[in-house]
Write a protein that binds this ligand. Sequence first.
Ligand SMILES: Nc1ncnc2c1ncn2[C@@H]1O[C@H](COP(=O)(O)OP(=O)(O)O)[C@@H](O)[C@H]1O
Ligand SMILES: [Mg+2]
Length: 260
Amino acid sequence: MMMTNDATVAAESNLLHVEGLTVRYGAGPVVHGISLSMASGAVVALLGANGAGKSSTLRAIAGLEPAEGRVHFDGKEITRFTSAQRFRSGIVYVPEGRAIVTDLSVAENLTLGSYFVDSTTRERRRQMVLEFFPEIANRLKAPAGLLSGGEQQMLAIGRGLMSGPRLLLLDEPSLGLAPMLVARVYERLALIQKEQKLAALLVEQSFHAAAKLASRAWVMRHGHIVGELDAQALHGREGRQRAIDAYLGARQHEPSVNQA
Ligand SMILES: Nc1ncnc2c1ncn2[C@@H]1O[C@H](COP(=O)(O)OP(=O)(O)O)[C@@H](O)[C@H]1O
Ligand SMILES: [Mg+2]
């Protein structure tokens, strides 16, 4: 009988499979040979404090930072793919801090996300994005820089959706937003995820924001994955508190409101 290699099986059966990913900026590594796998349609969170290496991990998966290790996507090794090739394969990074082009109009920003698709597809996706985010639908001609923080985040996500992604890499979509806007952005993300069966790797510092969307989470500290949370730990009250205590420290507490 032929021996099966676990890593090979994982690479073939998962939408994303990352093995031994290491990122360094000059000196020592900031991401230390991490491995992770996710299934298609899944939303998994990557949690951790500021500086843990979350953005570096996402950016390396998107091909935006040089990295060691291997990356498989949809059964294919894409380790040597450039960021543009990964983008075309369906891996779309939505950067933290709402990196939209502020001088361009809302409509132009959306077009940037779909420069390589035909105009019919582009128009169809644009309609879809504007249905998800009606807030930006009547601001199409406005310079993106004039949008509010929440609207800019919606535009950044909308621009990502314009390319027809298979895996969204969402870097702190809640960053800098008021709690009410975080709730709104997450509500739309949940809708998009449900309708499009889109897989997402979601980076957050906030456990509670991530738990709204993710069915599983990894906890990252100092460039290592130090824990994994299942649905129960994310959504059950007791499991949640245990996870927060164990991994995320005393700063994050159960919110006292909205608890039945
Ligand atoms: N372009 C860069 N050049 C040098 N160091 C960087 C760069 N980007 C991030 N770092 C450092 O790498 C570490 C991890 O950063 P990052 O991946 O942004 O963490 P996180 O997203 O979890 O806050 C931090 O110590 C940060 O200062
Ligand atoms: Mg970051």
